[in-house]
Write a protein of this length. Sequence first.
Length: 562
Amino acid sequence: MSVLSTPSPGDFIRDIIEEGLRIGKHEGCVATRFPPEPNGYIHIGHAKSVCLNFGIAAQYSGTCNLRLDDTDPAGESMEYVESIIRDVRWLGFDWGDRLFYASDYFEKLYAFAVELIRTGNAYVCSLNADEVREHRGTFTDPGKESPYRGRPVEENLDLFVRMRAGEFPDGAHTLRAKIDMAAPNIVMRDPVLYRIKREPHYRTGDRWVIYPMYDFAHCLSDALENITHSICTLEFENNRPLYDWIVEKLISGDRPRQIEFARLNLSYTVLSKRRLIDLVRSKNVKGWDDPRMPTVTGMRRRGYTPEAIRNFCAEIGVAKNDNLIDVSLLEHCVREDLNEKAPRAMCVLRPLKVVIDNYPENQTEEFDCANHPQHPEMGTRKVPFSRELYIERDDFMEDPPKKYNRLGPGREVRLRNAYIIKFERMLKDEKTGEATEIHCSYDPATRSAPPADGRKVQGVIHWVSAAHAVPAEVRLYDRLFTIEDPGGEDEFLSYLNPDSLETLSACCAEASLKDARPGDRYQFERLGYFCADPDSTAGGPVFNRVVPLRDSWAKIAGLKKS
């Protein structure tokens, strides 16, 4: 059913489940579900719910269904369905033969609605949407009953049948529950259960012109699937009385229990699906799979691993109150996972040419370099070395400060896995004064060994042989927003980070990276973790920076802000 990377800690949801098991509730069964609406791609907040629902089912030897709650055809599509299925599976979870759709139950839901009408618990209302809102009242004032609330049962049944038959225009009528227009909880003031909506459904086509509201379909879908625990986020807490009212009116025996937990709020990120849609439609990102997006597909493209995401979800746990989690904690989990898995390689992002004057012009040698210093089982690779190299431009300074341990006048550095080189002279751009070429000498006795005379060389820098360099594009990603909580701002797009993507098109990668396939992850030594992007071509690989080697924004301790 699932992959559990860490033991599941105790929490209030598991306490509720265990108490139910103790008293024999639901005959000792645990059945959960993950029920996304297919109107967008799932994001890291959904991933938390995926891990929780599938994890609980696995822990208690139960089942977890994947159900697409597709009751509003506007904006729903097979593209979103397929992405959800793909992303949940990529996260490491399997639902077996328990893939369901709310649209599977449209006929049954219609029959449930008819039953509510027959028992006097629902009526057809002919108020328009604005009038319904006006009648609803406020948090301090009770609502007013609809003038159509007293319609006879037979008239309501007749109107509802005709609504289904398509006799009325959109908005002409709704089916409303008959509960209490003076209820303190506004949700319970005769909520709408069905509306007329002439919108083709991606699965049922034009067969239906009335569609159930989410609150009506969701709880009954849970009941039809024998779900025991309906686990959802806190925004549904006010809707729980309606959830319970509907199932109590229509379902006998054990009923599903709704339990709410705090949704994930991530710093420098928006997790509202509506706002993610705005980002895509406004073309402020390049699509749902843009590596800056918090969608699962975007994180996968960037190079995050499913294990890291599951570990993050386990780390933050389950809370009763909303909190803000620092995105650095997610990046830390990614970094910790990739540190163990990612083979090492060298890539120069901003090349500066180095000529080793005393190295033979036509000579090439190869160094055996470990793919992972802590995991010899990952083997080695051959890295070519020649007279002309590229190093990072930042690894040379003409006038370095005292604690600068890289290359400069009068200084020596070790080339990673290779020789010690010493600065001799430099060439400059006449207009800018910028170094264009560095000339050095090397000590042939220092091949991967300390100097025989005991001198100490502080700096170690990475490099790439110029003759063997693979041209590469590297995309450096940063936070998408400049403020910690953009989700709390109405004009959230005004806080977009203009530097969230820097594209370096003249990078030089070591020869072993020529055949990098999309999804291959590496640690570029001294630079961070990188993943080959699907944009890679025969002309050269494209790499996304997954995370830097170190967090530059915050300390890991105390990242969870309750």
